[in-house]
Design a protein around this ligand. Structure first.
Ligand code: 5GP
Length: 172
């Protein structure tokens, strides 16, 4: 038996995503912006966020392998599916589900920078502070939590719960 305790409801998520999109639209007014969604957890966030943006954007997707227990803090992340788009001279905004230790994101940002974009910034749905091991910070954050394991709104536990409209704390 698991307990699912709502952390952010569907309505709260909608308001926060709309506010974030307003800030992003104002910051990137005349730029060529590419949103790079990190599969699979950020896919729901991306689809809501992009529909609130009032600037033209392109999208692409990347899928990374989990580092498991290895504390790999830099270098090339293990890529399951790479971006297709040429990122040279584009502004890149990584759309990520959760920044936890920050190791995945630090490696991903380094990797994307090697593709020659004008800039790389990060938009995270959840900033989870408790286990941070790098000094990487997301430039845009929807919601901050200390810890706990979250599911719903794209986030899974063993591939389940991604379809929940709320973000919930999963307690076993
Ligand atoms: P990091 O390298 O920052 O430790 O790992 C971040 C990744 O771990 C996230 O992109 C996500 O896939 C996974 N992750 C971290 N915390 C959670 C959580 O609370 N729930 C879920 N479903 N995934 C998490």
């Amino acid at each position: 038996m698991v307990d699912l305790i709502p952390v952010l409801t569907e309505d709260q998520i909608r308001d926060k995503v709309a506010l974030l999109a307003k800030n992003i639209s104002s910051d990137y007014q005349s730029d060529n912006l590419v949103l790079i969604c990190v599969l699979k957890g950020a896919v729901v966030f991306l689809s809501d966020l992009m529909r609130h943006l009032t600037i033209p954007v392109e999208i692409d997707f990347i899928e990374l392998s989990s580092y498991g227990n290895n504390d790999v803090s830099s270098g090339t992340p293990l890529i399951r599916k790479d971006v297709h788009m040429d990122l040279r001279d584009k502004h890149v905004l990584v759309v990520e589900d959760i920044v936890d230790t920050g190791l995945t994101l630090a490696a991903l940002v380094d990797y994307l920078k090697s593709k020659g974009p004008k800039s790389v910034r990060v938009c995270a749905m959840i900033d989870k502070l408790e286990r941070r091991k790098t000094d990487i910070r997301a430039d845009y954050v929807c919601h901050t939590v200390n810890g706990g394991f979250l599911v719903g709104y794209g986030l899974d536990y063993a591939e389940k719960y991604r379809n929940l409209p709320d973000i919930c704390h999963l307690k076993k």
